[in-house]
Design a protein around this ligand. Structure first.
Ligand SMILES: Nc1ncnc2c1ncn2[C@@H]1O[C@H](COP(=O)(O)OP(=O)(O)O)[C@@H](O)[C@H]1O
Ligand SMILES: O=C(O)C1=C[C@@H](OP(=O)(O)O)[C@@H](O)[C@H](O)C1
Ligand SMILES: [Mg+2]
Length: 193
């Protein structure tokens, strides 16, 4: 057995944290846990956590469902592109942070290029059933209101797979506690850096 415990010691976490010199950027489907795991990971590392969707909501003074309803998806995507460019681009205020993106962000070629060039990109993946359990019945994912949520998640996951697969690090996030996923990400970052 390579690892006796799924969790790293605090000394190992500190050693890996000291090696991180770029934003850790979580990408992947809605409901996979980017926001939840990202927050946990940032806490573990003692780094700031930023959620791109929350930044967009703050800048627009509206919720994501309101932005989609009033202005449509293309408007949301252009705001998303701008916000992520500010957070990981050349003039970003703080390089050492954890950034959770929205599920569609990494599909945009400009955003994807920026994240690949300047961040440590981590693709969190789950099967459709797990995504359904987590967001299938929620009201705050406007794309899932456009039809049958399972079909939409299946289609989007298939369409986006080739983009997500370009991320530097791939992690499968099943039903394990967030803590275990966060530690798996750290091990993978340590191996990748
Ligand atoms: N490992 C997990 N086990 C159980 N529920 C989870 C897990 N990760 C996330 N969740 C739940 O799933 C929902 C979606 O998670 P979220 O972090 O918002 O995902 P994302 O940002 O990728 O859309 C939240 O209600 C969250 O509490
Ligand atoms: O997959 C997508 O296109 C979206 C995912 C959402 O973020 P999460 O991935 O954090 O749910 C949010 O950005 C918006 O509802 C669109
Ligand atoms: Mg999120």
């Amino acid at each position: 057995m390579e690892h006796d415990s799924p969790l790293l010691s605090s000394a190992e976490v500190a050693r890996i944290a000291a090696r991180i010199d770029r934003p850790v950027v979580l990408v992947g489907m809605m409901g996979v846990g980017k926001t939840t795991v990202g927050r946990k990971l940032a806490m573990l590392l003692g780094l700031p956590f930023v959620d791109a969707d929350e930044e967009i909501e703050r800048a627009a003074q509206m919720s994501i469902p309101e932005i989609f309803a009033q202005y449509g998806e293309p408007y949301f995507r252009s705001g998303e592109r701008r916000v992520i460019a500010r957070l990981v681009g050349e003039g970003a205020r703080e390089d050492r942070k954890v950034l959770a993106t929205g599920g569609g962000a990494f599909v945009d070629p400009e955003t994807r290029g920026l994240i690949l060039a300047r961040g440590i990109s981590v693709w969190l993946d789950s099967d459709v059933e797990t995504l359904m359990d987590r967001v299938g019945r929620k009201d705050n994912r406007p794309l899932l209101k456009q039809g049958d949520p399972r079909e939409i998640l299946t289609r989007l996951r298939n369409e986006r797979q080739p983009h997500y697969a370009q991320a530097a690090i791939h992690i499968t996030s099943g039903n394990q506690p967030h803590q275990v996923t966060a530690h798996a990400i750290l091990r993978a970052i340590d191996a990748w850096l």
